[in-house]
Ligand binder design. Structure first.
Ligand SMILES: [Zn+2]
Length: 321
């Protein structure tokens, strides 16, 4: 069955959000997990028999594609392919605001994201996974906030990834075969071109452990939307700071990287599955991410345009009741 939540006009749109808001407040702490990733994860999940496509439109346009809704180990799960069907959205064109808003609209409260990265450290070898704990944001062409003129809100960002969800992922590594690094600093670059060698060395000197193109603003927007967010980074190569073996021509090198990504995606899928199983068994707990806006709204609430409150209702509605 295809469930179509297409908001054709404001009345229909916000009638839908009213229903969603009720759903969200009725059972906010029960895990409802959003998984954002590439086709490696999506194909495995799409093969399940109970998958439904959920089409959601948002005030920020449509997300990258339909959400794949399923019950996985007794947990409600929504998968979203970040780069869209056929990987047609480059990192700068991914509709990050719409993606996070869509997941928020269906009641997701925890996001486990995955993404391919280049390693900036010898010890993080291709095919290793990293549960990132810090990020350096170098992106500059993307809308990185839900808040614009008329509403000033400043979330805390010192710990950019949810510590509770990171703990669940790290706990799940106990039964995992692949090497999983329990922390790492992700340098988020605009792309789509890769780094120069000078930049790659600079990122290492900054303390970066990984380089990728999609973590920001995805993680920032998730925090603004009061959703727990953690990232499983999949190392595919050593970026360009480390010279490639002279024995490999560029075609062989690309094939090697694709092989690393395939195997890392399999490992990431297994790690995320173990984590979902644990989340389903654990007692639902409240996390600080889920009240990130409590002290963050600096505008005089009486001066905020009701139209903006309406637009952002799934995110800020409870602070304006
Ligand atoms: Zn959290």
């Amino acid at each position: 069955m295809i469930l179509c939540l297409l908001w054709l006009h404001d009345l229909l749109r916000w009638a839908h959000v009213d229903n969603v808001s009720t759903m969200m407040t009725s059972d906010m702490n029960k895990p409802k997990v959003g998984i954002i990733g590439g086709s490696g994860l999506g194909d495995r999940l799409a093969a399940r028999k109970d998958v439904e496509q959920v089409f959601v439109d948002t005030p920020f346009g449509p997300p990258s594609g339909p959400l794949l809704s399923m019950t996985w180990h007794d947990v409600d799960v929504f998968f979203l392919s970040r780069h869209g069907e056929g990987h047609t959205l480059p990192p700068s064109a991914v509709p990050y605001q719409a993606n996070i808003f869509a997941l928020k609209s269906v009641g997701v409260n925890r996001i486990i994201a995955s993404g391919a990265v280049g390693s900036l450290r010898e010890e993080i070898q291709p095919e290793h996974l990293v549960v990132c704990d810090q990020v350096i944001d170098k992106t500059h062409q993307r809308n990185s906030s839900f808040f614009e003129q008329g509403l000033a809100a400043h979330i805390e960002w010192a710990e950019p990834f949810c510590p509770t969800l990171r703990s669940a992922l790290i706990e799940a590594t106990n039964s995992h075969k692949t090497t999983v690094h329990k922390k790492g600093t992700y340098v988020a670059m605009e792309g789509p071109q890769f780094s120069t060698r000078a930049e790659s060395h600079m990122h290492r000197a900054w303390g970066g452990d990984l380089i990728g193109m999609t973590c920001c603003p995805e993680a920032k927007l998730a925090r603004e939307a009061e959703m727990c967010y953690a990232l499983v980074a999949m190392a595919t190569d050593y970026d360009c700071w480390r010279e490639s073996p002279a024995t490999l021509d560029k075609h062989a090198l690309l094939q090697e990287i694709i092989g690393h990504l395939d195997r890392a995606a399999t490992s990431a899928f297994e790690l995320i599955e173990q984590t979902v199983i644990q989340l389903g068994k654990a007692n639902p707990t409240e996390c600080n991410c889920q009240s990130a806006l409590e002290l963050a709204i600096w505008s005089d609430k009486s001066k905020v345009d009701p139209a903006m409150i309406k637009k952002l209702r799934p995110i800020i509605g409870r602070y304006f009741e």
